[in-house]
Design a protein around this ligand. Structure first.
Ligand code: ADP
Ligand code: MG
Length: 207
């Protein structure tokens, strides 16, 4: 389990910032882990703010909600630079669904950390095709701490690192839950992708 390098603002500790990244597939517990870290900071009487992309309204307009139904109040933003002002007076800033932001998220997180803020970003490292997603790879590169969490493969029970899309859409962003996605291990993900390709080819033959 991730233990904070420093939880409180010790009397003579200089205010130092850093970046933590929590990545993994869908259902791997990224939001759960983000909420856990933020709640601990709150208990340590730190000023905490949470942001999420305005487009992610799956469960709630304002709350960040995990699949096990824990939640925390957040501010929806469209562009990463909207975070700078409200975050500048915080000790800890949490950002969920980081993959939905553009590349400028990296600069915004760096700026905040440079100014003494502890920044924690949770997000998908790969999209439904298994390709690196949005600003997350670059963020992992500049972060001091990277935690990869894992789900359980719904097909075989192995450790899952892929978000397999059951629906046919080819959009990179398709908001959805268990009805559209499932956590799969490498082996079952590859099998599923192959089945989809075969179905597609059979469909094309019919038309
Ligand atoms: P994420 O933010 O990574 O999508 P959440 O933190 O919202 O994940 O949810 C994690 C919770 O999802 C787990 O504690 C568990 O209750 C539930 N869950 C549902 N499907 C799975 C799965 N295939 N593997 C692991 N956890 C799952
Ligand atoms: Mg989540």
């Amino acid at each position: 389990m991730f233990i904070e390098p420093r939880v409180g603002n010790g009397r003579d500790a200089a205010r130092r910032g850093w970046i933590e990244v929590v990545v993994g597939s869908m259902f791997s517990g990224k939001t759960e882990e983000l909420i856990r870290r933020l709640n601990r900071a709150k208990i340590a009487r730190q000023r905490v703010e949470i942001f999420k992309p305005a487009l992610d309204t799956r469960y709630h307009e304002l709350d960040v909600v995990s699949h096990n139904a824990t939640s925390i109040r957040s501010t929806p933003v469209t562009f990463p630079n909207e975070i700078l002002l409200p975050a500048s007076s915080c000790d800890v800033v949490g950002i969920d669904e980081g993959q939905f932001f553009d590349e400028s998220l990296v600069e915004v997180c760096n700026q905040l950390a440079d100014h003494g803020v502890r920044v924690i970003v949770a997000g998908l490292d790969m999209d439904y095709r298994g390709k690196p997603f949005g600003p997350m790879p670059a963020l992992m590169a500049v972060a001091e701490y990277v935690t990869k969490v894992h789900a359980v493969c719904v097909c075989c029970g192995e450790i899952a690192t892929y978000s397999f899309r059951k629906a046919a859409s080819a959009e990179q962003v398709l908001l959805g839950e268990t009805d559209s996605y499932e956590a799969r291990c490498r082996h079952c993900f590859l099998e599923g992708q192959q089945e989809k390709t075969e179905l597609h080819a059979a469909d094309a033959l019919k038309h």
